[in-house]
Every structure is written in C-alpha cells, then in structure tokens.
Design a protein around this ligand. Sequence first.
Ligand code: HEC
Ligand code: HEC
Length: 260
Amino acid sequence: MKRVMLVLALLAALVVPARAALAQGGEEQDDQEAPYRGAAVYAEFCQACHGDQGQGRGEGPAFRAITFDPETAHDIIADGLDRDSTDGAAMPPFAQLSGGLLTARQIDDLLAYMATWGTGQTPPLPAPNLDAVIADYVPDEGGRLDAGAEIYATSCYGCHGRSGLGRVPPNFPPLTVSNNTLALTRDGTNNPFMPAFGAEHGGPLDDAALDDLNAYLASWTVAEPLEDPSSEGYGTLLILMGIAALLVVGGVTMAREMDV
Ligand code: HEC
Ligand code: HEC
C-alpha cells in the first residue's frame, strides 16, 4: 500500500510541472492570436475616428491618421491625449483604470494588432457585430436601416453601446434620440470626445450617410412600445376573457334550447 502511495506521489511530482509547461506553451500559442483579438477591439473602439487601419477618415482633427509608435502608444491608448486643447478633438482614455472600457490585456492585443500595420500581415477587421446593434424589434424597411445600423456599429457603438444605453459614463455615455440628434451628430458637441461627424466639418459622414443613421436611430423610438411586456399580457387577458364570455353565452343558449 505504502509503495503504491509513493509511486503516485512520484507521478504527481512529474505530471504537475509537465502540465504547467504545457499551459505555458498554450499561452504562447494564444499570443499568436493577439493581433486577431486586437483587430476586434480596434474595430469596435478605434475605427470610428482613425479609419480601418489608422489612415484616418477625414480632414477634421478627430479623424486624423495615426502613426504607431510602440513607445508611446500604450500610454496614449490607456490615458488619452489632448495635445491641442483648442482644436476641439482629443483622444479619450480607454483603460478601465482611467474610466474607459479596456483591460490591460485588450490594450496589449491592440498594440499587437497595430504592430502588424505595414507588414503585409495585418488581420482583416471583423465585420461589424450587427446582432449587437439591431435589436429584434427593428422593422425591416430595406437597405437604409441596414446601412444606418452598420454606420452605428462602426462609428458610434464603441462609445454609446447597444441601443444608445451607454457603456461607462461620462466618456462613454448614453445617447437619447431627439429632434436634435442628427444636428449633434453632424456638428458635434463641445466635448472633444464627441467630434463633429458631418462631412462639412471634415468628418466621415456625408448627408446620405447621416440620413441612413437617422433612419436607424429613429427605429429605436418607434418600436419601443411594442416591447412592453405588460401590454402583451393585457392582450392575452382580453382574449381569454373573450373566450370565457363566448363559453358562457354558448352555455346559456344551449341550456335554453334544452329547456324548450
Ligand atoms: C474620438 C475619436 C477618437 C477615437 C475613438 C480614438 N482616437 Fe486615437 N486619437 C484621437 C485624436 C484626436 C488624437 C490626437 C490627440 C492629440 O494629438 O491631442 C489621437 C491620437 C492617437 C494616438 C497617438 C498617435 C498619433 O499619431 O497621434 C494613438 C496611438 C491613438 N490615437 C490610438 C487609438 C486607438 C488604439 C483607439 C481605439 C482604442 C483610438 N485611438 C480611438 C481621436 C480618437
Ligand atoms: C469616442 C466616443 C464617442 C463616439 C465614437 C461617439 N460619441 Fe456621441 N458622445 C460622446 C460623448 C462623450 C458625449 C457627451 C458629450 C457632451 O456631454 O457634450 C456624446 C454625446 C452625443 C450626443 C448628444 C447627447 C445626447 O444624449 O443626445 C449625440 C446625439 C451623440 N453623441 C451621437 C453620436 C453618434 C450618432 C455617434 C456615431 C456617429 C457618436 N455619438 C459617436 C462620445 C462619443
């Protein structure tokens, strides 16, 4: 019995380090995936301003091209940057520790992705996650809504989240749809993190794109009442009461006929 225990203990002593080594190998393999994970983070949070490979999206200062400098990029992504406080544009702080949304690992993934720019090995950005922005109740009115949903997914979702519910205020705040929404999107607010997206201000969205976006944003307000579960419950109750009434009337009529 004692011998068996000894053999088991020896086996364990061999297996545990072996497994640890394997796990490390696994992590290394994981690192090859880092640029791909980084591409997904970039697609969600960065292409809105910097374009799909950092080439920029317009003349406006917020939509500038960026150069990847591994020495400074980490801190700029984590803590934001505002070199010129008069140009109305700034880079928001993205690290969770600075009130943003990204973990340390996601920032490392971003750096791994950006390091592939210009190497010919840049992974493609994943398609926008339309499932996350198109809720089930969006009525199907053809291309424009779809186009608007795609613009929202690539230009707004990173900061304003699903259905404009917001993510981490104040820099990633909720967005309420009103008569003013289109103008605020086109012209921006006084907040350097909410730049003017309209082409007339050097942004990426021309009037047609703004119309598409507007059609999509409007669909949030149109459809919300349909979602109210209590009204659905009320409808079911009405139908049940109707059936009950029919049964009573039918029963009374039958009883009368039998009387005759
Ligand atoms: C609201 C638009 C906006 C978004 C979204 C944005 N940036 Fe920026 N970014 C800027 C602006 C504006 C600057 C320049 C700031 C300055 O010089 O004061 C900048 C600068 C930078 C710089 C410094 C390099 C350079 O050439 O200026 C890096 C790196 C960078 N951004 C990376 C990112 C990454 C990565 C993301 C996504 C996590 C991101 N940015 C999201 C607006 C944005
Ligand atoms: C880099 C983050 C960021 C991105 C990307 C962004 N916004 Fe904003 N947005 C903000 C911030 C921060 C505010 C709050 C501005 C303020 O307080 O003045 C804001 C405010 C707004 C407002 C006014 C507030 C309200 O409730 O009506 C509207 C409208 C708006 N954003 C629409 C959009 C649309 C549409 C897009 C995509 C085309 C977009 N934003 C992209 C950060 C962002």
